[in-house]
Design a binder for this molecule. Structure first.
Ligand code: HEM
Length: 411
C-alpha cells in the first residue's frame, strides 16, 4: 500500500512500495467497536502502539476507552508475544509453482505487502488502510505469518533444518483440504469484523501475486480475566504449563543466528467429543488430564502453577497422576526438558464438529512428533478426540521498524 500522507511523521514508516491502496468500498464512517483483549499487559515485542491514539476520538458517554492496538513491528511477530486476543482466523494459501525466481519474487512482494497492511492496521496513528477499519487506527489485531515446508524447500529458503511436513500418526483422520499450505497467516482480534476485513485485504494481496486461498479456520476463546489461563471445550484450563521466557529461549525460539526470533508452528484441528467427555464423572475427567478441572492444579498439588509430581503414589502403589494421564505423557520430563508454547483456540463448526485448534510453537518440530507419538499410543483423552487437520510452518522473525517480514530470506 502506498504511504498514507498522515504517515509521514509516523513512528511506523512504510516498509517498501506495495500494492495500490484500497479505496472506499463501503459508505464512509463505518467505525468498528474496539476489540477487547483477554489480557492487557503487553510484552516487549507486542508493546502498545504509540501515537496520539486518544486524541480527537468521539466516544459514547461512559464508554471505556478502547484498548491500544498492538504494534506490528518488533523483533518477534506480535501474534506470538502479546496476550491472546479472543478471536482467531487462520488462513492458508498456496503459491502455484512457476519458476523459482518468479516464485521467490512473488513471495517477497506478498510478504512486503502484508507487512505494510498489517503495520498500517495496527499503527495507532490514523493510518487505517481501509475505511471499514477504525479511522483512527486503533484496531486491535495481532498477526503471525509462516511458510510451509514444501514452499521453503521448493524456493531454497534458509529455514530451520528440522522444518518438515509431519508424519502420519495413528488415529489421524486428516482432511487434506483443511491441511498444509505454502503460507499460513494467523490473525487474532477482538471482533469478527476486523478479522473479516483484514482477511479480505490479505487475500486480495495474495491473489495479486498468484497465491490462492487453500483453507481457513475460525476459532475463539472464552471470556477470561487478564492474565488467567483460558479454558478449552472440555472445561479445563489450557496453556498452564507454558514455558517462561528463559525456557522459551531454549525450546521455542531459534538458536542465535537468523532464526533467533523465529519459531515453528504446529497446527492441529482436533475434534472433541465434548458430550461424551462431559458424561464422565469429574473424578474420571481429572484423572484423564492429570489436573483438576476446577482450578487447573495438578492432582498432586493445590494451585494451578504447582509442578505435577509424576512420582507421587497412593498408598496402594498406584500413581496419583495415572500412566495414561495427558499431562504425564506431554510433560517435559519424558523429553529432556523440552517445552512447547501452546496458544490454542476452540472452534465450533456446527453440531458434532467442535474442538481445539491446537497451535504450538517450538524450535524443533520433532518435539511435537515425539509427544504426539506418546499421545497416540495411550493418552486417556484419545476416546474423545480426533485430529482432522494439520499444518506446520516456519514462523518468520518479526519485522523491526522499517523492514518487512522475511527480509532476511533475500539477503
Ligand atoms: C483436544 C486435544 C487436547 C486437549 C483437550 C488438551 C488439553 C490439555 C490440558 C487440559 C493440559 C493441562 C493444562 C496445561 O498445562 O495447559 C494440557 C497440557 C499439555 N498438552 Fe494438551 N491437549 C490436547 C492435545 C495436545 C496435543 C496434540 C499435544 C502435543 C502433541 C499436547 C501437548 C500438551 C503439552 C506439552 C502440555 C503441557 C504438559 C506439561 O508441561 O505439564 N496437547 N493439554
Amino acid at each position: 500500500m502506498p504511504t498514507e500522507p498522515e504517515n509521514a511523521s509516523s513512528s511506523n514508516p512504510p516498509v517498501a512500495p506495495g500494492l495500490g491502496r484500497r479505496r472506499a468500498l463501503l459508505a464512509a464512517g463505518a467505525v468498528l467497536a474496539a476489540g477487547v483483549g483477554v489480557a492487557v499487559g503487553e510484552l516487549a515485542d507486542g508493546e502498545p502502539a504509540g501515537g496520539d491514539r486518544g486524541a480527537g476520538r468521539t466516544a459514547a458517554a461512559g464508554a471505556p476507552p478502547p484498548e491500544p492496538p498492538v504494534r506490528f513491528h518488533g523483533a518477534r511477530q506480535a501474534g506470538l508475544t502479546s496476550p491472546q486476543l479472543p478471536l482467531v482466523r487462520l488462513v492458508a494459501f498456496d503459491l502455484p509453482a512457476t519458476s523459482t525466481a518468479a516464485d521467490r519474487a512473488a513471495l517477497r512482494t506478498l510478504l512486503t505487502s502484508w507487512s505494510r497492511t498489517l503495520a498500517a492496521v495496527t499503527a495507532g496513528t490514523g493510518a487505517a488502510p481501509d475505511p471499514r477499519l477504525r479511522a483512527d487506527g486503533t484496531t486491535r489485531l495481532t498477526s503471525l505469518v509462516g511458510l510451509g515446508p514444501t514452499l521453503a524447500a521448493r524456493l531454497g529458503l534458509a529455514v530451520p533444518a528440522g522444518l518438515a511436513e509431519l508424519p502420519p500418526f495413528p488415529g489421524d483422520r486428516l482432511d487434506a483440504a483443511r491441511s498444509g499450505g505454502d503460507l499460513l497467516l494467523q490473525l487474532c482480534a477482538g471482533d469478527h469484523w476486523t478479522l473479516a476485513v483484514v482477511t479480505e485485504l490479505a487475500t486480495t494481496a495474495a491473489r495479486s501475486v498468484g497465491a490462492t486461498p487453500r483453507w481457513s479456520q475460525s476459532g475463539f476463546l472464552p471470556g477470561t480475566e487478564p492474565g488467567a489461563t483460558p479454558r478449552n471445550l472440555f472445561g479445563f484450563k489450557d496453556g498452564t504449563a507454558n514455558p517462561d521466557e528463559n525456557a522459551a529461549r531454549q525450546w521455542v525460539w531459534g538458536p542465535p543466528g537468523p532464526h533467533e526470533n523465529a519459531t515453528v508452528l504446529v497446527y492441529r484441528r482436533i475434534r472433541m467429543d465434548t458430550a461424551a467427555f462431559a458424561a464422565l464423572s469429574e473424578e474420571k475427567q481429572n484423572l484423564a488430564v492429570g489436573r483438576r478441572a476446577g482450578d487447573g492444579a495438578p492432582l498432586t498439588g493445590t494451585a494451578e502453577h504447582d509442578d505435577p509430581d509424576l512420582y507421587a503414589k497412593h498408598p496402594d502403589g498406584a500413581y496419583v497422576i495415572p500412566a495414561t494421564a495427558h499431562v504425564r505423557l506431554t510433560g517435559p520430563r519424558l523429553d529432556g526438558g523440552a517445552r512447547m508454547l501452546r496458544r490454542g483456540y476452540s472452534y465450533d463448526d456446527g453440531p458434532g464438529d467442535r474442538g481445539l485448534l491446537f497451535c504450538a510453537f517450538m524450535r524443533d518440530p520433532g518435539q511435537f512428533n515425539r509427544v504426539q507419538d506418546r499421545l497416540a499410543a495411550r493418552d486417556a483423552l484419545n476416546p474423545f478426540v480426533e485430529h482432522t487437520a494439520s499444518a506446520v510452518a516456519y514462523v518468520l522473525p518479526g519485522a523491526p521498524e522499517g523492514t518487512a517480514l522475511g527480509d532476511h530470506l533475500w539477503a
